[in-house]
Ligand binder design. Structure first.
Ligand code: IPE
Ligand code: MG
Length: 264
């Protein structure tokens, strides 16, 4: 049976990611845990840093392929709040990746209508990196063809705690009441507030866990795990993941009308 890709609670953001005929299913939000760079390098007898650089090339291929696959939002996990515990040399290579990516691609992203957002805490990042991030966001802020969210220094739990703390501060200041809080309001305080919830979360490299990525947002996401290391990822893998997704039946905790009749 064809997937029901319409999440009734998912609103298309104000930007609209225009160009869709009224009534057609909204574009998908795909989230990817970019994993396997280290193993890819190890298999080749290369330093892990080269695995991460190859991972950036995979990201470029994936971003280029996504709009033609009815993907409107792509959220990728680039650096987690837990990745700080890696060796300093590797952390510093990972910190250099956004600069590497934006230096080579920002003009193309800008031109192709991609709106870039970097989700995660700025605290802990170098001022230089923060400037590069802010610049990329500002340059692409008005784009609405495709949204690319890069989770960098991001952790799902930290994001939830931050949203809770901000709401508590508003209550303490008398600007909100505890009873105002519901799931929609809480969602609007998360780093992903501008995107609908992810429809599908993809994790390559054979690992099958969420690793603190989009904890709240993936409540009703479909998960697709693929046995390919991220640096080898390309349009064919993305297509295969979407094919797996299309075969899923999404019920959002309800039952399908046919099953209601059958039970009656
Ligand atoms: C993903 O590749 C990149 C980041 C987590 C930043 P890994 O570095 O996790 O690669 P493996 O899992 O060791 O192969
Ligand atoms: Mg890994």
């Amino acid at each position: 049976m064809a997937a029901q890709n319409e999440n009734p609670s998912a609103g298309v953001p104000a930007s609209g990611l225009s160009g869709r005929a009224a009534g057609s299913p909204r574009p998908l939000h795909v989230a990817i845990v970019m994993d396997g760079n280290g193993r890819w390098a190890k298999q080749r007898g290369l330093p892990r840093t080269l695995g991460h650089r190859a991972g950036v090339e995979a990201l470029k291929r994936t971003v280029a392929a996504a709009p033609d696959l009815n993907i409107g939002w792509l959220t990728v996990f680039g650096f987690s709040t837990e990745n700080w515990s890696r060796p300093a040399a590797e952390v510093s290579e990972l910190m250099a990746l956004p600069k590497r990516y934006f230096e080579s691609d920002i003009v193309r992203l800008e031109r192709d209508g991609v709106r870039v957002r970097v989700l995660g805490q700025r605290e802990g990042l170098s001022p230089d990196l923060v400037r590069i991030i802010e610049d990329a966001q500002a340059r692409t802020a008005k784009n609405d063809r495709f949204a690319l969210n890069i989770a960098f220094n991001y952790g799902g739990q930290a994001d939830i705690v931050e949203a809770a703390r901000r709401f508590a501060e508003e209550v303490a200041a008398g600007r909100a009441r505890p009873e105002d809080l519901d799931t929609a309001l809480f969602s609007s305080r998360l780093a992903t507030a501008e995107s609908p919830p992810p429809d599908v979360v993809i994790r390559p490299s054979g690992e099958q866990r969420l690793s603190n990525f989009l904890l709240w947002e993936s409540a009703y996401a479909e998960f697709v795990f693929q046995d390919v290391l991220w640096p080898d990822y390309g349009p064919e893998h993305l297509k295969a993941a979407l094919q797996a997704f299309a075969g899923r039946e999404r019920r959002y905790g309800a039952v399908l009308p046919d099953d209601v009749l059958a039970a009656g």
